[in-house]
Design a protein around this ligand. Structure first.
Ligand code: IMP
Ligand code: MG
Length: 473
């Protein structure tokens, strides 16, 4: 009988051979999962990929786990063994009762007792996990742990290889579509989606969602729809899940027979799982849906003039709520006067003030820039009421050089308010000239001209519900 070191040596030989073979990502990961489970004497194993924002884990390959276990939906990375995110190996001795396990009832029904999870790391960042499952209580030796870590390193290389392949395919596709268009020259870091789309329309849908910065998962969950004596006899796997909208989406073409059959499945799913929000979408419906969620008439196509969306409406709203919470907490027991400079601030200020929980009054100023380089600032509309002795919150859409804010703050300070704080949604630090202190900052942005959510370019684009970067050239 071989020692565990001997078994692991053989297994690693096998795994490195898999990593060098010409297989799809899913196949490589399935094969690696099988070798790992067998060599460790475990029941099952899977390779999980973390999304770039460290929120969700999706399965890219697995062995020995039931469909129910695999398709229970994306795992919340911060709730499911969160220590792995920080680069540690985590061991669960009794899964059904461990609070770090996201679906203990499924672990119980599948007789999973212990789980070991190890991080897959690249350049010091966790990009995924390897998890092994056992029906018995399994304690981890140092040799087991070393084996898992070595396998994770190989998985990291396998993921990188797949990323490179996807990148090459993308370049090839854009070459074919638009031979004259400039090509991406850099592989975006951690851009891998473990996705092989079944249809071109799904890939288009995903790219539109990407453009609007809407988070998506492809086929993350299957729903059993019918059962017989042997178990589940019919399943339905919707094409997409959009976590921010908590919505499943099934795409459909205009072919009537397909629509009817899909409609039937959707109806059945709603009947069995009334809490699940699912939509059957044609291309036209999709445009309509985007407009309902605030993407306006723009939903039909990517907005002309906007190169890419920097922050979606949902991301902005989340940030606005968090800023308002901090402001309300810091001014507990006080009244504040919120002051904005027209016109760029109007969307931000309107949203921000509705989330502030202390009594407020609002006021506006307007200024104009003149001089050869528009570097001289003049107040063209001053405050309506006095701010002497008041707690003042100055709200800005974007602080760029800081010259405008510097001038306005000096003006406000001359009225001797009790306190004067500044909140800006966007901060472009790189171009700062004036030394202004910002108390609340939404997003720090790179040196690109941005429009939308109140911000304009020659008076245009203020009505976009998101913040986008203007096309260069
Ligand atoms: P600053 O005086 O250079 O800090 O400029 C601040 C003002 O310039 C902001 O309040 C905006 O009105 C405008 N601004 C600066 N950068 C942008 C941008 O990227 N898009 C739209 N407006 C901008
Ligand atoms: Mg402004």
């Amino acid at each position: 009988m071989k020692t565990s070191r001997g078994r692991y040596y053989d297994a690693l030989q096998h795994i490195t051979a898999i990593s060098a073979a010409d297989l799809t990502l899913r196949r490589s990961c399935n094969a690696i999962a099988k070798v790992v489970a067998k060599s460790m004497g475990m029941t099952g194993c899977r390779v999980l990929l973390l999304n770039p924002k460290n929120e969700y884990l999706t399965t890219v390959g697995a062995f020995g786990l039931s469909d129910l276990y695999l398709r229970k939906g994306p795992l919340d990375a911060k709730k499911s063994l969160p220590e792995v995110l920080d680069g540690h190996v985590a061991a669960v001795i009794h899964a059904p009762s461990d609070e770090r396990v996201q679906h203990p009832e499924i672990a119980e029904s599948q007789h999973v007792r212990s789980i070991v999870a190890a991080p897959i790391v690249r350049n010091g960042d966790t990009i995924g996990q390897l998890r092994v499952y056992s029906k018995e209580t399994h304690s981890l030796s140092i040799v087991d742990e070393d084996f898992l870590k070595a396998t994770c390193n190989i998985c990291s290389v396998v993921l990188q290889k797949a990323e490179l392949t996807q990148f090459k395919q993308r370049v090839k596709r854009s070459c074919a579509e638009a031979p004259k268009k400039s090509l991406p020259t850099q592989i975006p870091s951690s851009s891998l989606k473990p996705t092989e789309f079944a249809h071109e329309s799904e890939s288009e849908f995903a790219s539109l969602l990407d453009f609007y910065q809407i988070e998506w998962l492809y086929e993350p969950r299957s729903f059993p729809l019918a059962w017989n004596a042997e178990g589940v006899s019919r399943m339905f796997t919707p094409d997409f899940y959009l976590p921010e909208l908590d919505m499943y989406v099934e795409l459909t073409t205009m072919k009537q027979d397909l629509i009817t059959s899909k409609n039937r499945k959707v109806r059945k799913l709603r009947e069995i799982y009334p809490d699940i929000n699912i939509r059957l979408l044609t291309r036209k419906d999709f445009a309509r849906l985007l407009s309902k969620y605030g993407y306006g008439p723009l939903g039909e196509a990517k907005v002309e003039g906007v190169g890419r969306v920097l922050y979606s409406q949902i991301q902005i709203q989340r940030k606005v709520r968090s800023l308002a919470k901090h402001i309300s907490k810091d001014h507990q027991g006080q009244r504040i006067v919120i002051i904005g400079v027209l016109k760029g601030v109007m969307c931000f200020m309107a949203d921000l003030m509705r989330h502030i929980s202390i009594p407020t009054r609002i006021d506006y100023m307007d200024i104009s820039h003149y001089g050869r380089d528009e570097d001289i600032v003049k107040i063209t509309r001053d405050l309506d009421s006095s701010i002497t002795g008041e707690h003042v919150l100055m709200v800005e859409d974007i602080v760029d050089t800081g010259m405008t804010l510097n001038y306005v703050l000096a003006h406000l300070a001359s009225h001797r308010p009790a306190s004067l704080r500044v909140c800006t949604l966007l901060d472009r630090k790189e171009r700062r000239l004036a030394n202004v202190k910002l108390d609340y900052v939404g997003f720090e942005i790179p040196d690109d001209f941005v429009v939308g959510y109140g911000l304009d370019y020659k008076g245009q684009y203020r009505n976009l519900p998101f913040i986008g970067v203007l096309h260069q050239g």
